[in-house]
Design a protein around this ligand. Structure first.
Ligand SMILES: [Zn+2]
Length: 99
């Protein structure tokens, strides 16, 4: 794969990441390759949890929400760190050359 191919793939991934967020996503980061890392919320009240998942490699992290419902700094730090280190792209939905 050439640098040009890598650049094109990153541009396409960034365009996908900038599209309308999936339902339930409350925050989104983009890896250096344009892959989204989405943060979703589950539960209610004191049982509310935030779940961050990378669309490229599938790694994820869960934390309880803060007492105000905000995303905890430890989860934001994980997302930020992962966005700069993850090298995976999401699996294509169709093969190259397919129409
Ligand atoms: Zn990843």
């Amino acid at each position: 794969m050439s640098i040009r191919d890598t650049t094109i793939i990153a541009a396409l991934a960034a365009r996908k990441a900038a599209a309308i967020w999936p339902e339930g996503v409350v925050a989104r980061a983009i890896t250096r390759h344009g892959t989204p890392i989405d943060v979703t919320v589950s539960g209610r009240g004191g049982n509310r949890m935030h779940h961050a998942a990378c669309d490229g490699c599938g790694r994820s992290k869960d934390t309880p929400a803060s007492h105000t419902g905000d995303i905890l700094p430890v989860l934001l730090a994980w997302v930020d760190d992962h966005a700069t280190t993850c090298a995976f792209l999401p699996r294509p939905t169709r093969t190259e050359g397919a129409r």
